[in-house]
Design a protein around this ligand. Sequence first.
Ligand SMILES: Nc1ncnc2c1ncn2[C@@H]1O[C@H](COP(=O)(O)OP(=O)(O)O)[C@@H](O)[C@H]1O
Ligand SMILES: O=C(CO)[C@@H](O)[C@H](O)COP(=O)(O)O
Length: 469
Amino acid sequence: MSDRTLVAGIDSSTQSTKVVVCDAESGDVVRTARAPHPDRTEVDPERWWEAYRTASGSGILEGVSAIAVGGQQHGMVVLDEQDAVVRDALLWNDTRSAGAAADLTRELGGVSAWVDAVGLVLVGSFTVTKLRWLAQHEPDHAARVARVLLPHDWMTGRILQHGNGFERWTTDRGDASGTGYWSAATGDYRLDLLELAFGRRLAVPEVLAPSAPAGRTSDGMLVAAGTGDNMGAALGLALSPGDVVVSLGTSGTVFTPHDHAIRDESGAVAGFADATGRHLPLMCTLNAARVLTAAAGMLGVDLDTLDRLALEADSGAGGLSLLPYLDGERTPDLPLATGTLSGLTRTNATPANLARAAVEGMLCNLVAGVDALRDQSVRVERVLLIGGAAASRAVRAIAPALFRAPVVVPRPAEYVGVGAARQAAWALSGAAQPPAWGLRVDSEYQVPAGDTSDVLERYAALLAQMHGR
Ligand SMILES: Nc1ncnc2c1ncn2[C@@H]1O[C@H](COP(=O)(O)OP(=O)(O)O)[C@@H](O)[C@H]1O
Ligand SMILES: O=C(CO)[C@@H](O)[C@H](O)COP(=O)(O)O
């Protein structure tokens, strides 16, 4: 009988729930499972619970001493006085509240007022804008709302309720910092901003300290605070100064732990908090892994064949460019945008060039995020590539030249889940710092000779031409 302590991390992200069980001391992943979510931008939270129950139904949590949830950020989960869900949650990638974001920005006195208040330039992803949309467009639902939570908050409470250990609703600094009514700089709620958006005050969850437990189930399993998925991924990677993470999941994100809250009135970088008591400046795009899925669908090939085709083409795809705003875009803030294929000629109209343009276009949007961190005086010495599309051979090969930095691919793992498991181990230990789980590297890719500035310049020129940015 093994005497090691096991901890579990849940990644409740956009497309699926992943369960990761780790050795609490070493961080070795010993069990994993996953189950899909509906492919929608508004989802009944019960679907997340069902996915969690499906993924953990095979006894994967047997012997686990502590658990934590890393959840997709910003989702609006609204409950009535009896803690019943009032309507489907609006997710981070639902853009219907883009107009509300513009209204709220104007009402508070402009972009700098919001950056001063909560470190964010409002876009439709953020929870506070969704509350305004709800108040304006669904007054009957809004009248029933007593409390607002984030996806990870609701899942954490649901696990405790299921285990007869629920005491109160909780959240953490990291996820709270993405609401638009909590400040990473001060560590305080700004419920005046919630009231500005919704028209009245609502109950909000208690913000727990990074290693504080949210509670224990009746069989003794500790449930930690949990956090947002990107904060979880940062905690799951043993990052060193100069490391910048690029995550290629449903969203594309660029982030790095930082010692102080950043101010970016351009809106490229959000001033989030991390899951350890520091900060996590982060850029997020709505379009990442699914740009490659869409390109593969257009070509009628699988993702492995898309990789092969992209690697057959030359850098620059023969002059073919793709602005990858297939679901609108968050950064740049173009919620109504669509994708644009540009520079098509009879010469470059080949499957290989289309595949290459999809990879380059998706990455160019994230290069803007890395450069935005550089503009915030963040040192970028290497890029750690995670998320589903980090498995792409083409992405790995093309990224270093575009990022102008070496690319490290950690050993494939669900790093949001690993980070949540590390938080669970930290809460279980009661130590001052999280356990020292090392970074396991799968492969490294150096910046090749040659110049890719033409690709980046063409992308920027197309963005300016199409959207005046
Ligand atoms: N080898 C691959 N090449 C490109 N994309 C991939 C590959 N493997 C998985 N993906 C994509 O990764 C995405 C899932 O990544 P994940 O990080 O789990 O997403 P999320 O956390 O947003 O739910 C899917 O869109 C899937 O198509
Ligand atoms: O909105 C953000 C970050 O601000 C997204 O990163 C969401 O947190 C969803 O993440 P994934 O499902 O793509 O992991």
